[in-house]
Structure formats: structure tokens, C-alpha cells
Write a new protein. Structure first.
Length: 52
């Protein structure tokens, strides 16, 4: 899922296209986790936080 073609650059900064590609990749991974029930409930998260 790529939004733009990569352009060879000597800059070490990310462009908007790089950022969008990373964001969409993370979103896709998260959707896969939800679809495969690999998520933590909010109650479980709070229990872990309370332990700290």
C-alpha cells in the first residue's frame, strides 16, 4: 500500500509520503490484529497499569 513512488534523495528527513506510508502500514497491522483477536481489552490494560 504505497502512496507515492520513492525518489532517491540524500536527505535524512522523512517526507509526507514517507510518513503516510508508515502510518498506513501501522494502521493495516492494527486492523489485522483486531481481525485476529490479538488485542488487549481496556480493563486488562488498566490492570497492568495499576500494577505499576
Amino acid at each position: 500500500m504505497e502512496l507515492a513512488q520513492a525518489v532517491k534523495s540524500y536527505e535524512s528527513r522523512y517526507t509526507i509520503d514517507n510518513a503516510m506510508d508508515i502510518l498506513l502500514e501501522k494502521l493495516d497491522d492494527s486492523i489485522d490484529d483486531v481481525e485476529n483477536n490479538r488485542v488487549q481489552t481496556i480493563d486488562d490494560a488498566w490492570e497492568e497499569i495499576d500494577v505499576i
